[in-house]
Design a protein around this ligand. Sequence first.
Ligand code: ADP
Ligand code: MG
Length: 325
Amino acid sequence: MEFRLIDRIRERTAQGREDVKLGIGDDAAIVAPPAGQEVAIAIDTMVEGVHFPAGTAAADIGWKSLAVNLSDLAAMGASPAWALLALTLPAQPAEQLRQFIDDYAEGFAQLAQPHRLALIGGDTTRGALTISVAVHGFVPPGKALTRAGARAGDVVLVTGTLGDAAAGLNMLQRGARVDEGDGRAAYLIERLHRPTPRLAAGLALRGRASACIDVSDGLLADLGHICEQSGLGAEIDAELLPRSPMLMASFDELVVRDFALAGGDDYELCFTVPPSLVADVQSDLARLGCGATRIGRMVEGEGVRVRDAQGQWLEAAHRGWDHFA
Ligand code: ADP
Ligand code: MG
């Protein structure tokens, strides 16, 4: 790619890190991983029209393309260090291209900077708008949180609130204006475009959570992964799901429940802890600002079962969650 465009990305994402020996500008980056740490690596691709609506602001794409990756590191209990960025951009006039790059890099940097994450390289090609970000983070040997360690009797918790991003997407698709509903639309759409990766929570869960995953595809699907990999089932109470006041004020109760159970893109952490640690974990995560809500427990068996407010198990046929998949 044209060097001046790469320079614009480099300037806007500059981050002084001693462990980056050679950053953007050569054939490969050179980094020095800290002695005695393991390296956690993740990559996620976002395609326009699939992972974000066409017309999404470039700065929001920049933020979210990094956020979804940092969320994966958070779910592993890793702390972020470096990133690579593969940009595929449609042909467009030079001025428009520059503007996109500048805005993208600014949104990316707004999230990268507070976490001292350095963009150390990438690739740029022509084609349908597609963004791949790869991230690298550190975790002490053997301390990574995985999906596989849950035990029967462990409590299932989730950070923050669920369903906001699905509600924001629903509003966008219905053509809602951002100033609609006393700022509720703005809040929910912001939750969709600018998710907060729960990195500090992930670190606080090291050595305490028995399993952890970030909620990207919806709670049922993602808790389902913990179940599969831990060889267990889970029972959750729909009425315990944490939901924001903005979400509850914007949709009917059953729609809210479906968003919280099956809507994707929240990037909260869902994790399991032994009952004896729940109180400590909850007070630590409250102090970190995201909080953690108990929603159920791990049981012998398989799959996720959901109880309604009357204590009745919800039947798959009545759940209407498939259209979220
Ligand atoms: P090469 O042809 O050797 O792969 P490139 O021209 O693709 O080199 O890239 C030159 C330098 O710019 C490399 O250091 C590469 O990592 C970096 N780079 C290219 N595109 C991006 C991008 N979108 N974001 C960050 N760095 C990039
Ligand atoms: Mg090369």
